[in-house]
Design a protein around this ligand. Structure first.
Ligand code: NAP
Length: 271
């Protein structure tokens, strides 16, 4: 039986084992997936487990997406550009790092018929997930990204010809009645808070949150109430997981899965 895992710290909240074990069971794949709380000094021992076959592949979450990079033989060029690895797979004796968060995000846009190509998009937050989202948006051909962050300097580090950094405090000047706004901050996860003033939300906006616990943050709940189009992070999460499986098993597992049934199963776990 193949063994997979997600490593991170904290990890208790992760529903990755639910996603992966559901797919293994429904497709009759002999595999198991667990979550492992790992400190930074324990990464070498996880790498050994991958090398000697105790583990067949891993997902990586906060705070190790950058920490694992130095232990890997090859990094996918896209993951290198993003600067973060969320999945490791093995080919022969070599360990490969990849990033499926950006792809998961773009798949979720596609599934929900949100077209951002040629448009201006507002991104809240300039942390690890924001880097994947910025990369994803650039792949879709967005025209301009206004990056609002509490610490302006961190947003400025991500500035380029498409990305325009500003302070989160300037959101009043930046947000329009028809903006596409993507929240990549954790605000709303553990509190009834919104990353921007509720008064800036409007029915003609598209509001996307990468958070999926809770399924509806205040940002999305209020937006939905006033008629805006809203999308949470669950589809992104599912797609990054399915794409990880495709890398591990070298086949299109994702195409064999009933997405709706899987989403319902996970949605029930999150309620
Ligand atoms: P991170 O690297 O710690 O970055 C957090 C960002 O949020 C930073 O820009 C930080 O600003 C900002 N922020 C945090 N608290 C704030 C506050 N109270 N007020 C204003 N700004 C604040 O975190 P991350 O790894 O990117 O994770 C962000 C979220 O994405 C988490 O909720 C995570 O669960 C979610 N996520 C979802 C998926 C999915 O598949 N749906 C995948 C990955 C992550 P400063 O720079 O000023 O500190």
């Amino acid at each position: 039986m193949k063994q997979f895992a997600v490593i991170g710290n904290p990890i208790a909240h992760s529903i990755s084992p639910d996603l992966h074990n559901y797919v293994y069971n429904s497709l009759g794949i002999e595999a198991n997936y667990e979550k492992l709380k790992i400190q930074i000094n324990e990464i070498p021992s996880i790498i050994d487990d991958l090398k000697n076959g105790v583990l067949s592949g891993i997902n990586v979450t906060i705070p190790h997406k950058e920490n694992v990079i130095e232990y890997l033989d090859e990094i996918n060029p896209r993951a290198k550009t993003i600067g973060a690895v969320n999945v490791i797979h093995k080919n022969g004796n070599k360990l490969f790092g990849n990033n499926t968060d950006w792809f998961g995000f773009n798949m979720s846009l596609k599934k929900n018929e949100i077209d951002v190509s040629g448009k201006e998009v507002i991104v809240l937050g300039a942390g690890g997930t924001s880097k994947s989202i910025l990369f994803a948006l650039k792949q879709t051909g967005v025209k301009k990204i206004i990056l609002l962050n509490r610490t302006l300097q961190k947003a400025e580090e991500l500035q380029d010809e498409i990305v325009f950094p500003n302070s989160l405090d300037d959101s009043v000047q930046m947000i329009k009645n028809d903006s596409i706004i993507i929240n990549t901050t954790p605000i709303g996860m553990q509190s009834e808070q919104c990353p921007i003033e509720l008064g800036l939300l409007h029915e003609n906006q598209t509001l996307i949150d990468v958070i999926y616990t809770p399924m509806e943050t205040v940002f999305l709940k209020f937006g939905k109430k006033i008629g805006a189009k809203t999308l949470n992070g669950l589809d992104m999460f599912i797609y990054q997981g399915l794409t990880s499986m495709d890398l591990w098993f070298g086949e299109d597992i994702s195409k064999q899965v009933n997405f709706t049934q899987l989403k319902t199963y996970l949605g029930n776990k999150l309620c």
